[in-house]
Design a binder for this molecule. Structure first.
Ligand SMILES: [Zn+2]
Ligand SMILES: [Zn+2]
Ligand SMILES: [Zn+2]
Ligand SMILES: [Zn+2]
Ligand SMILES: [Zn+2]
Length: 374
């Protein structure tokens, strides 16, 4: 086939370029004049799909409809609704639409105020609070006053402050009793009263409600204070980009050399925009049927509609070279960004020899070990 790519296509290397590149990898003095060159060209096909999926979604928010929803384009039938065409296969933007007459704003049971009566104080703004609290220092017991036991009447012969002067830190020093008037007898915390005025209610018996902070009402739980709820049906046109790649031949060189080629290769590229276009004649003839099958097999998933597709075909001129003077090596020559590049691999026979030698060495070590153990 005259149209077949035989190595003289885009990016192909001449025999002279290949020999020169291999010679630089040989020992000094060796020439690559007798090199046997075989073409091993690679082909790559990348299919990119942009597809869309349409679905309806019931939406709801507290309060009036969001501005962005008011600005949405209205549709009657989501399947036929017109949306902006994608700019490229990379355009994965989502288009939102509003179903005609689906937008509703319903006032809340709170009457639209966003407030509800506080259940703790039932709107009274204050709650009951004890006007006085027990003394923490004496516990409100007989310890409140050494002279009257907190009762207000001195028990005779029981208290002699002159014989028992107060000791310890000043805060623990006994003070004059507010009930029996006896100096140096009473608890400093309550002055013999056994309790102290409540600071929360200022001893009034009513304190601001802790639930509503004295407001009498709280934020309505149903509308979260917004006063209403908006609902609508939204149509969503969602796009997805999927890229699939096929490369031939899959195993083109042994391990390390393959890695070098994959990393540095400079592929030449052709872009086919039209899905029905034939694959370029530049491709290796043997690769074309398989890549053609691969390209036509790529379809968007169930429930999705294809919008755009690009098929990109690339070629990599790759040459397999053997040199008589270096029988243990194989050379893979290909174009890279830094010029002609060579990946070197051991020949299969050489690799097998080395593997064999390693196995023999391990067996010998094992045999010696067995002898020593005995
Ligand atoms: Zn309250
Ligand atoms: Zn109180
Ligand atoms: Zn007292
Ligand atoms: Zn006290
Ligand atoms: Zn409400």
């Amino acid at each position: 086939m005259a149209e077949a790519w035989s190595g003289d296509g885009v990016g192909a290397l001449s025999d002279e370029e290949i020999r020169e590149a291999v010679r630089r990898r040989l020992k000094p003095g060796l020439s690559a004049a007798t090199a046997k060159i075989a073409a091993l060209h690679r082909s790559r096909c990348t299919v990119v799909h942009l597809s869309e999926h349409r679905r309806e979604e019931e939406r709801a928010v507290d309060g009036p409809p969001p501005k962005v929803v008011l600005g949405l384009k209205v549709y009657d039938d989501l399947d036929t609704a017109q949306v902006p065409a994608p700019r490229s296969v990379d355009d994965t933007s989502t288009t939102r639409l509003l179903l005609r007459e689906s937008l509703r704003e319903t006032p809340c049971v709170c009457g639209g105020s966003g407030r509800a009566q506080c259940t703790t104080c039932e709107g009274a703004t204050t709650v009951d609070c004890p006007p006085r609290l027990g003394c923490k220092e004496c516990g409100g017991t007989a310890d409140a006053c050494d002279a009257c036991d907190g009762k207000g009447r001195v028990r005779k012969g029981r208290f002699v402050p002159e014989d028992a002067p107060p000791e310890g830190p000043a805060s623990l020093a006994r003070v004059k009793c507010a009930k029996c008037r006896q100096p140096g007898a009473a608890c400093p915390g309550c002055r013999g009263l056994g309790d102290i005025p409540c600071t929360r209610c200022d001893a009034t018996g009513r304190a601001p409600c802790p639930e509503c902070e004295g407001k009498g009402s709280i934020t309505c739980a149903r509308c979260k204070g917004k006063g209403s709820r908006s609902t609508w049906t939204e149509g969503r046109v969602e796009r997805e980009r999927v890229e699939k790649v096929a490369e031939l031949p899959e195993r083109h060189a042994p391990g390390r050399a393959r890695w070098t080629i994959n990393r540095h290769a400079l592929w030449s590229r052709t872009v086919l925009v039209e899905a029905g276009d034939p694959l370029p004649h530049l491709l290796e003839p043997g690769h074309r049927p398989e890549l053609d099958r691969f390209r036509t097999a790529q379809r968007p998933g169930a429930g999705r509609t294809e919008l755009l597709r690009t098929v990109r075909v690339e070629q990599l001129p790759l040459y397999h070279v053997r040199v008589a003077e270096a029988p243990n090596q194989e050379f893979y020559v290909f174009p890279s960004r830094d010029g002609v590049r060579v990946a070197v691999a051991m020949t299969t026979q050489r690799a097998q020899l080395i593997t064999g030698a390693a196995v023999v060495a391990v067996l010998l070590v094992l045999a010696v070990l067995l002898l020593v153990v005995r």
